[in-house]
Design a protein around this ligand. Structure first.
Ligand SMILES: *Cc1c(COP(=O)(O)O)cnc(C)c1O
Length: 451
């Protein structure tokens, strides 16, 4: 049963989030931040981001090695904008990167190398050498990558934790494309294949410089239980590797457990569920050795850090009827809500309606398609959805889109990338906006396209 005090606190936080969003939308419309040249912007509630990161730190405080507090890295792909990474750095987070571009973004944001983790299934030799030289932590994906690391280790020992990414082969969650721990997943060392566990144990026995273990069992759609089971698998493996090292007369070997990210986001309401606190509590129950003080915990959350803080705000350009269906044509479609448009069952979004002045719409609810501007029929962000009747000049907000949406646009139809604005809003005060990314100009778009 949920603690009633916690439930009341969560309701309060959800109501405040909602109120701040309404204030920001009204201010954005009033100040003309949307117009004919920019009928689409993305908003990020900076207070929500701060509160979320504080909740993450709290949930894992007093766990693991007291001398090496948990390192919370942010999965850069979930919000690949330098000012966002800088804010997260200022809030005490590191960065999880999976490409040379993401590493460069983290460095540009001033994230120190010792707070960066490199995970990718396709790291080139150059990339590995650079990460090794910088002192970035590396999680090796496969035996061939490990051989490349042997060459680097022969030159000089790593300055940061290096480990193997383990696929505990626990099965899929509710979204196949997000499930990284299936039997045949492309990620990591498949632990349950015949002979695999012995090969992993041997890899550690042969390489005392391997001091970390990593697992990330999946993202959105992964049940908490499954995530905790994945962590339990690497904890058990770490204990086994360490026991073998001690039996061989060496010091304990694995001292870093990178438990990945993947906490699901609630796309149905403003309430945060599950919470970091629930997840950390479950881990204490299922994998107590992880918290016993022998290990440094590393996390790699992405979506859960930013999603609830963000909204994409678009103007309704036209409304029409076709075959008995009402359609609102807006400026937010596949170019910013790519997954929702292409996989609507897996990625439904809430749509909030605002009037031409940016006030919550009060028209009669009506079943409508909410369409985007792209030239293909499937470019709908909501289908047959009951929303207050939209009219030209109104606005729609796509909610919970702070992660993976506007920051990772899709170049279809050469639609320019929208501005991403951070805001702080207090009841009774005037919201303040800061530019996290400027809107792409048409000139920039032409130049980028070889013009
Ligand atoms: C994508 C990814 C994450 C972040 O997942 P979220 O669902 O955004 O929390 C963390 N670690 C790895 C290895 C990933 O690929």
């Amino acid at each position: 049963m949920a603690d009633p005090n916690e439930t009341a606190a969560a309701d309060g936080a959800a109501a405040r989030l909602h109120a701040r969003r309404d204030l920001a939308v009204a201010a954005a419309v009033r100040r003309g931040l949307l117009d004919d040249t920019a009928p689409l912007i993305a908003l990020l509630d900076l207070r929500t981001v701060r509160e979320t990161v504080a909740a993450l730190h709290d949930a894992f405080a007093a766990t693991g090695d007291p001398a090496r507090p948990a390192l919370h890295t942010f999965a850069v792909k979930a919000g690949s904008l330098v000012p966002v990474l800088r804010l997260l750095r200022d809030l005490g987070m590191g960065a999880e990167v999976a490409s040379p571009g993401e590493l460069a973004l983290a460095r540009a944001a001033g994230v120190p190398a010792e707070r960066i983790v490199l995970d990718s299934p396709a790291k080139t030799t150059t990339e590995l050498r650079e990460a090794w030289a910088l002192g970035v932590a590396i999680n090796a994906d496969n035996p061939q990558e490990l051989v490349r690391l042997d060459t680097l280790a022969a030159d000089r020992p790593p300055r940061a934790p290096v480990g193997l990414r383990i696929n505990p082969q626990l099965g899929a969650g509710s979204i196949d494309a997000m499930s990284t721990a299936t039997a045949t997943s492309k990620f990591g060392f498949a632990l349950r294949d015949p002979g695999a566990r012995d090969r992993v144990l041997r890899a550690y026995a042969d390489r005392p410089w391997l001091t970390a273990l990593h697992c990330h069992v999946g993202s959105q759609g992964m049940p908490l239980d499954r995530m905790a089971a994945g962590v339990a698998v690497i904890v058990e493996l770490a204990e086994e590797i360490n026991a073998a090292a001690v039996a061989a007369g060496r010091r304990t070997q694995v001292d870093t457990l990178d438990i990945g990210g993947g906490l699901a986001v609630n796309f149905d309401s403003d309430e945060v569920a599950p919470s970091y606190r629930e997840f950390a509590q479950l881990l204490r129950d299922r994998a107590p050795a992880a918290f016993g003080g022998r290990y440094r915990i590393v996390t790699e959350f992405g979506r859960s850090v930013l999603a609830e803080a963000g909204a994409i705000l678009a103007r309704v350009e036209y409304t029409k009827d076709a075959g008995g269906r009402r359609i609102a044509v807006t400026h937010a479609g596949a170019q910013v809500a790519t997954r929702t448009v292409f996989a609507p069952e897996a990625w439904p979004l809430r749509v909030a309606a605002y009037d031409a002045e940016g006030r919550p719409a009060t028209t009669t609810p009506l079943r409508q398609d909410v369409a985007g501007p792209c030239c293909f029929a499937g470019d709908l962000v909501a289908r047959d959805r009951e929303v207050p009747e939209l009219r030209p000049g109104d606005h729609v907000a796509l909610l919970d889109t702070g992660a993976y949406y506007a920051s990772t646009p899709f170049g279809y139809n050469s639609l320019p990338r929208p501005a991403v604005l951070g805001f702080t809003a207090d009841p009774g005060g005037e919201p303040r906006f800061t530019t996290l990314r400027s809107a792409q100009t048409i000139e920039e778009l032409v130049a980028e396209s070889g013009g």
